[in-house]
Design a protein around this ligand. Structure first.
Ligand SMILES: NC(=O)c1ccc[n+]([C@@H]2O[C@H](COP(=O)([O-])OP(=O)(O)OC[C@H]3O[C@@H](n4cnc5c(N)ncnc54)[C@H](OP(=O)(O)O)[C@@H]3O)[C@@H](O)[C@H]2O)c1
Length: 361
């Protein structure tokens, strides 16, 4: 009998993992069974664990007791269906567990997408309940499955931050400081700012010494600053700080350096997840959490539903083409290797040029 393989994470100790094998579940009335043949793995997935209780990421695919299933972006085929509107053979892109199979409960089915309407998901952030039926999409998107798993969810956020900054006239900033710029979300933003001839702000990327060469090869920063050498930043220029690192020490250093010239401070991520902490009151703009779905909702209200996401997808596809030259896709095909690379992500042992793709099927 076919087996379902999953990787569970201890919600109290993310380094502790458990490989779980069970019989492939049978879809009940209204449900479909999907076989997940590929998903991407980046620091963003670590952040899903770190903010799992605060935002609700553990709730999409509940596990037992203190264990959790970290969600990932992937592609899957419907391999058994008890839902007439979503037949066997459908190709999907969306939010899955780190697993070979999963059960979904489609509702609000359209030609191009459906929502998972399972009861346990109703109170969770809605955008993660959407599944794209990719057969209805343009050919160029269908040909970019790896990029969609590995890059698009991050570059879409990069685009939303780019849009947020432009929408607010950069809050008067003359430079944009990007924390953890070697992250996909970070260099995606740098690339989008760099490519826009209307953007006159300097782009300053902050990264570790070991990742400087990677960032320089991308060619999208006017200045690359190594952690610890922040005094090299021109503090006389008003700055907008966009932080993917979540490193409270770095935030404190930059705010103290810039003072009232820190005109915007957006907290986006936490790649330095073990360096998080309370910064207390800092000079300049108050650091504020940037939640991508909120900017989508604002633009949906202004532009009509789906327009912002289509712009984000188009920009993501363009930046993905540029980034491909610097990224090496690497396939992980067994759960033990996945557990190992998950720990490498937690321990900062995955260099930014590695694009981790996983299949547990
Ligand atoms: N708020 C939102 O809506 C939203 C949406 C998307 C993404 N994000 C966040 O953006 C962040 C970046 O995600 P990503 O998937 O783009 O990252 P990624 O490409 O996997 O980032 C890799 C980089 O992160 C740093 N890093 C990774 N693991 C680390 C560790 N254990 N300790 C210290 N540094 C580490 C290193 O950069 P440096 O050396 O340059 O620091 C590394 O080169 C995540 O925290 C993610 O959750 C937030």
């Amino acid at each position: 009998m076919a087996q379902c393989t999953e990787l569970w994470i201890d919600r109290n100790d993310y380094r502790n993992t458990r490989i779980v094998s069970s019989a492939v579940p049978v879809p009940k009335e209204g449900e479909v069974l999907v076989a997940i043949d590929r998903f991407g793995l980046t620091s963003n997935n670590v952040s899903y664990a770190v903010s799992g209780d605060m935002i609700g990421y553990w709730g999409y695919y509940p596990a037992d007791g203190d264990w959790g299933k970290v969600p990932v972006w992937g592609c899957a085929n419907v391999v058994a269906s008890n839902c007439a509107e979503v037949p066997v053979g459908e190709r999907l892109w969306g939010f899955f567990p780190m697993a070979s199979h999963a059960i979904l409960q489609p509702g609000k089915v359209r030609d191009d997408q459906f929502l998972d309407v399972a009861e346990h998901r109703k109170a969770l952030p809605a955008m993660y309940n959407g599944y794209r039926r990719t057969g209805a999409e343009p050919d160029f998107l269908q040909a970019m499955e790896i990029e969609r798993c590995l890059l698009f969810p991050l570059f879409a956020t990069s685009w939303l931050i780019y849009d947020y900054l432009a929408d607010n006239d950069f809050f008067g900033a003359k430079q944009v400081l990007i924390g953890s710029v070697s992250s996909k979300t970070g260099f995606g933003l740098a690339q989008m700012l760099h490519r826009d001839p209307q953007v006159t702000q300097r782009i300053v990327g902050l990264t570790s010494a070991g990742n400087v060469a990677f960032v320089e090869r991308l060619g999208c920063c006017d200045q690359v600053v190594v952690y610890g050498e922040e005094s090299g930043i021109d503090a006389t220029l008003p700055a907008a700080y966009v932080d993917m690192s979540g490193d409270s020490g770095l935030t404190t250093t930059l705010h103290n350096l810039l003072g009232e010239n820190m005109v915007e401070s957006a907290m986006v991520g936490a790649t330095h997840w073990e360096q998080r902490g309370d910064t207390g009151t800092l000079p300049g703009a108050r650091p504020t959490f940037f939640f991508a779905p909120a900017q989508i909702a604002k633009r949906d209200a202004e532009w009509g539903p789906g327009v912002a996401m289509m712009k984000a997808m188009t920009a993501s596809a363009e930046v993905a083409k540029i980034a491909q030259a610097e990224l090496e896709v690497e396939w992980i095909r067994d759960p033990q290797a996945l557990a190992s690379v998950w720990n490498d992500l937690l321990d900062n042992k995955v260099s930014p040029n590695r694009g981790l793709m996983v299949s547990l099927l």
